[in-house]
Design a protein around this ligand. Sequence first.
Ligand SMILES: Cc1cc2nc3c(=O)[nH]c(=O)nc-3n(C[C@H](O)[C@H](O)[C@H](O)COP(=O)(O)OP(=O)(O)OC[C@H]3O[C@@H](n4cnc5c(N)ncnc54)[C@H](O)[C@@H]3O)c2cc1C
Length: 382
Amino acid sequence: MKVLIIGGGIGGLTTAIALQQRGIACEIFDAAPSNKPLGAGIMLGANAMNVYNKLGLGGVLRDHGVLFRQLNIMTYKGSLLQTLDNKILEEKYGAATYAIHRAALQQQLINAAPVPVQWGKRFIRAVQTATGVTAHFEDGSTATGDILVGADGIRSAVREAHVTKARYRYSGQTCWRATVAITLPDAEQAATSETWGPGNGVRAMYTQVGPNQVYFWMTKRMPAGTQPTPEASLQLIKSTLHNFPGYMQTVLQHLRPNTLIHSDLYDIAPLHQWVNGRIVLLGDAAHATTPNLGQGAGQAIEDAYALARCLATEKDIASATEKYCALRMKRVHTLVNIAWNLARATNLRNPLLIALRNGVMRNMPKRMADKQMDFIFGVQLD
Ligand SMILES: Cc1cc2nc3c(=O)[nH]c(=O)nc-3n(C[C@H](O)[C@H](O)[C@H](O)COP(=O)(O)OP(=O)(O)OC[C@H]3O[C@@H](n4cnc5c(N)ncnc54)[C@H](O)[C@@H]3O)c2cc1C
């Protein structure tokens, strides 16, 4: 069997690695002209790290990432809303959550992939027959395999041309990210805080992701498509976060306009079709989510493991893709919806509603918090 993977991002590359473990051949195609080290940081949840442990990559990713002991959600006035103990995650689920630079993650996945990514290959359409599927690329070239995986991200061309049309939902929030060349003091590295402002979608975080690399992000409620210049963005970030505590003001001093990555935060309304014959969707192409749970890539990584397993163990492609959807769809829809509702909760502007929300978060019964953690991190994929 040969699998054509469209998209050499986290989902596509992890699929290639998982297929190799199952003895299945693949080719990987990406529209980007080359592998450019892009992006800022990313949190790899304990569930994602567990998949990488199974794929033999846990050690190298731990070496390139940073372990923090605790993740806190705080208000900008310094009051604790929720806390997550990474040590407990490790004890309970067998892996901790790591922070890593996206470029480091991408490079390690490329190093581990069984075949090189074929860059400059923009997928435009596919043709299916009884015996195979042929991908057509913008440069006029083609490739034929037994199954085609659309891992081409939220704006998936594979999905839109061959599976189903997505309904994009704007979360109401825009986001700036950057990497800052500093090293946080030990105490700041031990506990990472996501700090919530006085409503209006304002949240921010900084965390060490590598040697002399701190990942910073801020969200804010704004109309979609607002495009301030990088200089205006930096001014806006600094004025929005001027009263945020901790090491934030030092991090802000090191931000530079030309390193800011700005994107509006969208998800896609849960899709009930991920498959059309020999074509199957994976990762953001199937279920892009707002990043409120830090689980978008985590779910792409779980998909990759599950799809490879189904292709290796089921009797044919139809049964494998059916089983894959049965294993994955309900879980990711639940996570997409939780993340969507969290975005809405942070968009609030009414002080009374904000106080109520904070009270609910602070007083969440331990049983309920544990149940949520079990759901997010305690997934069984074998
Ligand atoms: C602000 C922000 C913060 C986030 N933080 C986290 C986090 O902390 N933890 C987490 O788990 N997730 C996080 N996510 C989500 C995570 O980034 C995505 O879920 C993840 O990157 C999805 O991987 P993917 O491989 O499915 O898609 P992508 O990463 O989008 O990769 C798709 C690939 O397909 C290629 N491609 C696109 N179109 C074509 C085409 N027509 N032909 C060929 N190739 C094509 C692209 O070049 C790209 O390389 C965050 C997202 C955002 C926006």
